[in-house]
Design a protein. Structure first.
Length: 267
């Protein structure tokens, strides 16, 4: 089918030296992690779509950012000339190499050498995007178009840097960059499918789509992208990052939504 799925934030292979050098304990480090999203969407392969997963964690390198969104206060030495040091993500501490986890807690016990940021970008960020581009190009070559579904989860309560800080969230947030990253039919099919299964759904608030959705969503070129955010309270215990009783029901419902998107993309 002309779909590609990606899970950029479900990686849970935390390098030992990264954990040892952090001021946070391993459980707190995971607060930015979209735990088990790769497992929730694993069934897409049975529909004939690839699923790309980052194995490294978001707290280590965030591939849903520009290639070089870096906070100069985090590093020793001059940053590369191409670095974007003033983006809203950087100012919030959530650049390509994050300064904080989702709760706002500082990750690093000391400033990092610039060479370490460059190494993570070269060994994690660029390989992920090269693979994603390859999957998208191959799908376009086979089907003359593609729908990229960027898969995420969100805390059940808005975090300190979110526009809905302290507020309870709906079940599903669909982001299409305010109807610019994909044809309206794809967002509509996803919304109607989730609603038919009993989920509360909103579009573009508080998440309209990150770098991946904005960068790869070019509907006039037959390249569509939509972001799906699932409320973590639906399927896991947020305090200890363990799957909850809702995991299997949500996984089955995700599979039904994927089937609907596959049918819409084929048409």
């Amino acid at each position: 089918v002309p779909l590609v799925f990606a899970s950029p934030h479900s990686g849970r292979a935390y390098p030992a030296d990264f954990v040892a050098a952090s001021r946070l304990d391993p459980m707190t480090l995971r607060r930015s992690e979209d735990s088990f999203v790769d497992d929730l969407f694993a069934g897409v392969v049975a529909h004939g779509a690839p699923l790309l997963c980052a194995l490294f964690p978001r707290a280590y390198c965030d591939v849903n950012r520009e290639p070089c969104e870096l906070d100069p206060t985090m590093f020793t030495g001059p940053l590369p000339e191409r670095a974007n040091t003033r983006s809203p993500r950087v100012l919030a501490g959530l650049g390509t190499i994050p300064r904080v986890v989702a709760s706002g807690a500082e990750i690093h016990a000391a400033r990092l050498p610039v060479a370490e940021a460059v190494r993570r970008i070269e060994t994690c960020y660029h390989p992920y995007h090269r693979r994603l581009v390859g999957l998208l190009d191959a799908t376009v070559a086979a089907f003359a178009g593609v729908l990229l579904v960027d898969c995420h989860s969100m805390p059940s309560i808005g975090g300190p840097s979110d526009q809905d800080s302290g507020l309870a969230r709906v079940d599903v947030v669909l982001g299409d960059c305010f109807a610019t990253s994909c044809a309206p039919v794809f967002t509509q099919v996803a919304e109607e499918s989730f609603r038919a299964l009993g989920y509360r759904v909103v579009r573009n608030s508080p998440y309209a789509g990150g770098y991946v959705t904005r960068h790869y969503g070019k509907p006039r070129q037959g390249r569509h992208a939509v972001q799906i955010e699932l409320n973590r309270a639906l399927y896991m215990t947020e305090a200890d990052h363990s799957p909850g009783p809702g995991f299997e029901p949500l996984r089955r419902d995700v599979d039904r939504v994927v089937a609907a998107l596959a049918a819409a993309a084929a048409e």
